[in-house]
Design a protein around this ligand. Structure first.
Ligand code: HEM
Ligand SMILES: *[C@@H]1O[C@H](CO)[C@@H](O)[C@H](O)[C@H]1NC(C)=O
Ligand SMILES: *[C@@H]1O[C@H](CO)[C@@H](O)[C@H](O)[C@H]1NC(C)=O
Length: 508
């Protein structure tokens, strides 16, 4: 019967097929057109076939970006990545003109869709309320919240680290995941929930499983992803975890919304409340969606903060000469503030800030920055045309390794930035902080989407390190003289979570 109906309507079908065919043809032509335009740019990469280039990129993207930076100097070039997609590598001199372009020309969330494999990981990437609340509510609240955050750090460190009366092996990465989950939880959901085991488990396991899933997808051949990625065990785990986390968070959000109806209700002073304060302005009403926003923020905060702090401790463990000067500075900063780490005390920890920043220069979370999807073709000031659909990025790691930006760039100088601040005026102060973003400082991104959480992250990391440096001596396991190497997969890199450090309580 259906067949009959179909054949009866065959002229409609023919038209439909013709239209579909025409559409496919047009898509194909526009694809070719896009490729032809990209093909005008000089090419660079690790092989003469797509497959070789993809593997070279997976294994040695860091070197490819450095070599490309040297070879093309101030010029735009293209390079095959591991996602079976060409990336347009843009030198930093174009950043000031690019930052002026609006979101409908250069899209941040559309680039994250690819880098985070959002089709399969389903993480929330394009809710502007999140970054607005972090910027407009969380960051200004830090002056008031820092003493509370500091107490939470002290508690969490006490709970997570073993006594360490003598040198003790500590798998610091997992410890930091728990500390950061508690401390950021304090600011995200308040004092009760941030110590709730189910809250911590949801956030931590979601974060770990999301990273696991993302990595597994990146290693899968891009052509297979549409068919097989959602069947990967890591992705299945993530689906289950996401469901559990939402089952936990949704009632939390709902309870807050119910409580708000009481006129005498005293609103909690945390990010979840700040979200709720602004949902009307953003046309958001769904409890499930607000829970998803919370989960997305937890991920953005836990993963990056933990890996940055681990990188700093892995570096410090092989540079013990930095411990004593930083310990002195931390003691002094705190002595003026009754042992509490206030915003003022944090400001004074310039050596610590510098060490954190120099570590990030050597061990960033990624080798590129300012990753954006081009939504409408753009022409740069030197006439270079970049067509719609392309991914652009800036080779931040290569920029960090350029002597013109950082004298003796290949030398690790933990106090490089505090020395510049000490000698200089207001400009040197502003340009040499951990949170600085500009054309040479790209670890937190650049322009209108630069990380809004970096002020909170900087404070939190400083407080955690201050506690650890005050109370413990830290070193590598006996016989290990090299810093624990970071893992590298394509443009992303991370400390090896499976490595131990040795901790010992400072003998008084
Ligand atoms: C050391 C820790 C952190 C690092 C290295 C980091 C790094 C980054 C980077 C590279 C970006 C992209 C910026 C761009 O492309 O221009 C970003 C965006 C973002 N980060 Fe962070 N981040 C950190 C901590 C945090 C924390 C603690 C929060 C939450 C409180 C947070 C929330 C966000 C959000 C919401 C965005 C998206 C901004 C937007 O859509 O405009 N981050 N972060
Ligand atoms: C989270 O993961 C840890 C370690 O894999 C596990 O012990 C714990 O039970 C998990 N939590 C939940 C709620 O599944
Ligand atoms: C938003 O949340 C805070 C809690 O920090 C509260 O004190 C404030 O009055 C709220 N603003 C509005 C408009 O409800």
């Amino acid at each position: 019967m259906i067949l009959q109906e179909l054949s009866g309507n065959s002229h409609i079908l023919q038209t439909a097929f013709a239209a579909a065919g025409l559409f496919a043809l047009l898509t194909f032509i526009s694809h070719l057109n896009h490729r032809a335009k990209i093909a005008n740019l000089p090419s660079f990469g690790g092989g003469d076939s797509r497959e070789k280039s993809r593997n070279a990129y997976l294994q040695s993207a860091k070197k490819l970006y450095i070599d490309g930076y040297k070879k093309f100097k101030g010029q735009v070039y293209r390079m095959m990545t591991s996602d079976d997609e060409v990336s347009i590598v843009v030198p930093p001199r174009f950043l000031p003109e690019l930052r002026k372009l609006p979101d409908d020309i250069l899209s941040f969330p559309k680039a994250v869709d690819k880098s985070m494999e959002v089709k399969y990981t389903k993480i929330l990437t394009d809710e502007p309320l999140i970054s607005h609340s972090v910027k407009a509510d969380l960051t200004p609240a830090l002056v008031r919240l820092n003493p509370i955050i500091c107490q939470e750090v002290d508690e969490a460190v006490k709970e997570e680290l073993p006594p360490c009366e003598d040198w003790t092996t500590v798998y610091i990465y997992m410890k930091l995941v728990h500390i950061v989950a508690k401390v950021s939880g304090r600011v995200f959901v308040g004092p009760e929930l941030c110590r709730d085991q189910d809250y911590l488990d949801s956030g931590i396991n979601y974060t770990m499983e999301l990273i696991g899933a993302q990595q597994a997808i990146k290693l899968m051949h891009p052509w297979l992803r549409p068919f097989l990625a959602s069947r990967l065990p890591q992705v299945k785990n993530l689906r289950r975890r996401e469901k559990l986390a939402k089952q936990f968070l949704e009632p939390v959000v709902q309870a807050r919304r119910n409580a708000e109806k009481d006129p005498d209700y005293e609103k909690p002073d945390d990010l979840l409340q700040w979200f709720l304060n602004r949902t009307n302005d953003y046309g958001i009403d769904s409890t499930a969606y607000i829970a998803q926003m919370q989960l997305g923020t937890i991920f953005a905060a836990i993963h990056t903060t933990t890996l940055t702090t681990t990188n700093i401790l892995y570096t410090l463990a092989v540079k013990p000469e930095y411990i004593e000067p930083m310990r002195d500075e931390i003691r002094q900063a705190m002595a003026d503030n009754d042992g509490i780490i206030t915003s003022r005390a944090l400001q004074k920890m310039e050596k610590l800030d510098s060490f954190m920043k120099e570590t990030m220069r050597f061990y960033p979370a990624g080798f590129t920055s300012f990753n954006r999807r081009v939504m409408k073709g753009i022409t740069l000031s030197d006439g270079t045309y970049i067509p719609a659909g392309a991914i652009i990025e800036v080779p931040s790691h290569a920029i960090y390794q350029d002597d013109e930006n950082y004298p003796s760039a290949d030398e690790f100088d933990g106090f490089r930035f505090s020395k510049l601040r000490k000698g200089g005026g207001a400009t040197e102060h502003a340009r040499n902080q951990f949170v600085t973003t500009n054309e040479q400082n790209l670890g937190f991104g650049y322009g209108r989407h630069a990380c809004p959480g970096r002020f909170f992250a900087a404070n939190e990391i400083k407080m955690i390190l201050a506690r650890l440096i005050l109370d413990y001596d830290i070193k590598n396991p006996d016989g290990v003289t090299e810093r624990h190497p970071n893992t590298e997969v394509g443009r992303s890199t991370a400390p090896d979570a499976s490595k131990p450090l040795l901790f010992r309580k400072v003998q008084i």
